[in-house]
Design a protein around this ligand. Structure first.
Ligand code: BGC
Length: 439
C-alpha cells in the first residue's frame, strides 16, 4: 500500500488502484443466507405486512447452502476481498449454548474465501439479534455487551488467524435510530431515550467485542484489525439558508459523529452519557469501516421535532437512484477525506452501492465511487479498500426483494444467479486494477 498522499491523479488516464488495496463486495447473513430464526424473521412471520413486497428472508438467496459456488463466482470476478456477517442466532441458538456445526460452517466460509484468494472481512452483528436476546430486552439490556463479547470470543477461537479484519457492529447509528427512535425495525420502539440507550449498548458491545477479539488473537499469536462499519450520511444545510445552517449540526453530530467521537475519546459522550469512561473503548478502532450511500441536503423544518428540526431537501440538480438517494461521488470523496482528517485512522469502505432495478446506473456509479475513493487517497486519506454493496440481489430489509443493489441477479423462483452488465465492468476493474477515466 502506498503512503497516503503519494498518488498522482491525472484526468483522462486510467487510475491505477494502489498495491494491496482491497476490492470486493459485502453482504449480511440475514439478507442472503435463508433458514434462520432471529428477531427479524419472527417479525416477518408475525407481521408480514411490514415488508413491502410481502416477502421474507426465509429463503434469502439460499447462500447458506450455496456459499461455495457463490464465493467461486465472486473470486471469478477478480475480487481480492469479501465481507460477510456471522448470524449470532445461528451460532448461539440458546443463551450460552454454542452450535459447533454453525461455527464450522462459518469457519469454512472463511477458509473458502482464503482458498479463493479473497481476504475475509467478518461482521459479528448486522442488524439482527437472537430471539432469546430480543426477549430479554435486546439493546436495552445492560447485560448484552457481555454476551456479545462472549460470542465474539467464540468466533475468534473458531476462525483463528484466518480472520484479520473484523467489524464488530454494523451501522450502530442506523440501527439505534430506525429500530428505537423511528420504530420501523424490531423492536419498534419510538423513543429518543431508548435510541440513546441502544447507542450506549452498541458502543459497549463494540468495546467488549474488540477486547475479546484482541485477547484471543494475542493468546494465539496473531494480529487483528477491528472496527465498526460506520454509516456516514452527512447532512448538508440547504445553501443560502441560515436556519438550515443552524439546525443541521446537532442531528449531524448525533448521527454521524457521536459514536465515532465516543470511540476516539474512550468516553460515553453527551447527550447519551456525561463523559464517563467506557472500559475497553479508548483505542478500540484499528481502522474505520465506512458505509457510504449518500449525502443528504437538509432544510430547517419547524414541524420536524422528531428529527431535530431538519427535513430532507433534495437538490433537483443531483441525480437519484431508485431508492431516491442522491448520487454524488464527490460527496463520497469529501466524506472520506473528512473522516480521515478528523480520526487519522486507515479507512476501509465497508459498503457503497446503488439501488438500481434495471442495472442502468450501477456500472457508472461503481466506477465513479471507486475512483472517488482512490482520489481521496490522493488527497491524503489512507484508504485501504472498497467493498461494493452488494454481490447478489437480496433481501433488502423492509423493501423485500424489490430493491436491487446487486451486481448479480437472482431468479426468485429458481434462485439461479445471473451476472449483470455491471458485474462485467467490476470484473474488468478488479482484473486490470485500473479504473477507466471519466467519459
Ligand atoms: C446496510 C445494508 C443495506 C444497505 C442498503 C446499509 O445501510 O448495512 O444491510 O442493505 O444499507 O440499504
Amino acid at each position: 500500500m502506498s503512503e497516503p498522499g503519494t498518488l498522482a491523479i491525472e484526468t483522462g488516464a486510467p487510475l491505477r488502484i494502489p498495491e494491496g488495496f482491497l476490492l470486493g463486495t459485502a453482504s449480511a447473513a440475514h439478507q442472503v443466507e435463508g433458514d434462520l430464526w432471529n428477531d427479524w424473521m419472527r417479525m416477518e412471520r408475525r407481521e408480514p405486512w411490514r415488508i413491502k413486497d410481502g416477502s421474507s428472508a426465509a429463503v434469502g438467496i439460499d447462500h447458506l447452502h450455496r456459499y461455495r459456488d457463490d464465493l467461486k463466482m465472486l473470486a471469478g470476478l477478480g475480487q481480492n476481498a469479501e465481507r460477510f456477517s456471522v448470524e449470532w442466532s445461528r451460532v448461539e441458538p440458546q443463551p450460552g449454548r454454542f452450535d459447533a456445526r454453525a461455527l464450522r460452517h462459518y469457519a469454512d466460509v472463511v477458509a473458502t474465501c482464503r482458498e479463493l484468494g479473497m481476504e475475509p472481512i467478518v461482521t459479528l452483528q448486522h442488524f439482527t439479534l437472537p430471539v432469546w436476546l430480543a426477549d430479554r430486552g435486546g439493546l436495552l439490556n445492560p447485560g448484552t455487551p457481555r454476551l456479545f463479547a462472549r460470542y465474539a470470543a467464540t468466533c475468534a477461537e473458531a476462525f483463528g488467524a484466518a480472520v484479520r479484519w473484523w467489524v464488530t457492529v454494523n451501522e450502530p447509528n442506523v440501527l439505534a435510530s430506525v429500530a428505537y427512535a423511528a420504530g420501523e425495525w424490531p423492536p419498534h420502539r419510538r423513543s429518543p431515550l431508548a435510541a440513546m440507550r441502544a447507542q450506549a449498548t452498541l458502543l459497549r458491545m463494540h468495546a467488549g467485542a474488540t477486547r475479546a477479539l484482541r485477547e484471543v488473537a494475542a493468546r494465539r499469536g496473531h494480529r487483528v484489525l477491528v472496527s465498526i462499519a460506520h454509516h456516514e450520511r452527512p447532512f448538508r444545510p440547504r445553501p443560502g439558508s441560515p436556519a438550515a445552517r443552524l439546525a443541521a449540526p446537532l442531528p449531524d453530530y448525533l448521527f454521524n459523529r457521536w459514536f465515532l467521537r465516543s470511540c476516539a475519546s474512550g468516553r460515553l459522550l453527551p447527550p447519551v452519557g456525561h463523559g464517563q469512561p467506557v472500559p475497553g473503548l479508548a483505542g478500540s478502532l484499528d481502522y474505520l469501516g465506512v458505509n457510504f450511500y449518500a449525502e443528504e441536503r437538509v432544510r430547517f423544518d419547524p414541524r420536524a421535532a422528531g428529527t431535530l428540526f431538519i427535513s430532507p431537501d433534495p437538490d433537483p440538480s443531483v441525480p437519484r437512484s431508485s431508492s431516491g438517494w442522491s448520487i454524488d461521488p464527490d460527496a463520497f470523496r469529501r466524506a472520506l477525506v473528512g473522516l480521515w482528517r478528523e480520526f487519522r485512522l486507515p479507512l476501509l469502505v465497508t459498503e457503497n452501492g446503488v439501488a438500481d432495478e434495471d442495472d442502468e446506473l450501477r456500472a457508472a456509479f461503481l466506477t465513479d465511487h471507486l475512483r472517488a475513493a482512490v482520489e481521496a487517497a490522493g488527497d491524503g486519506a489512507d484508504v485501504r479498500g472498497y467493498l461494493y454493496w452488494t454481490a447478489f440481489d437480496n433481501f433488502e430489509w423492509l423493501e423485500g426483494y424489490r430493491m436491487r443493489f446487486g451486481l448479480i441477479a437472482v431468479d426468485r423462483i429458481t434462485l439461479q444467479r445471473r451476472p449483470k452488465r455491471s458485474a462485467a465492468v467490476f470484473a474488468q476493474i478488479c482484473r486490470s486494477r485500473e479504473i477507466p477515466p471519466r467519459p
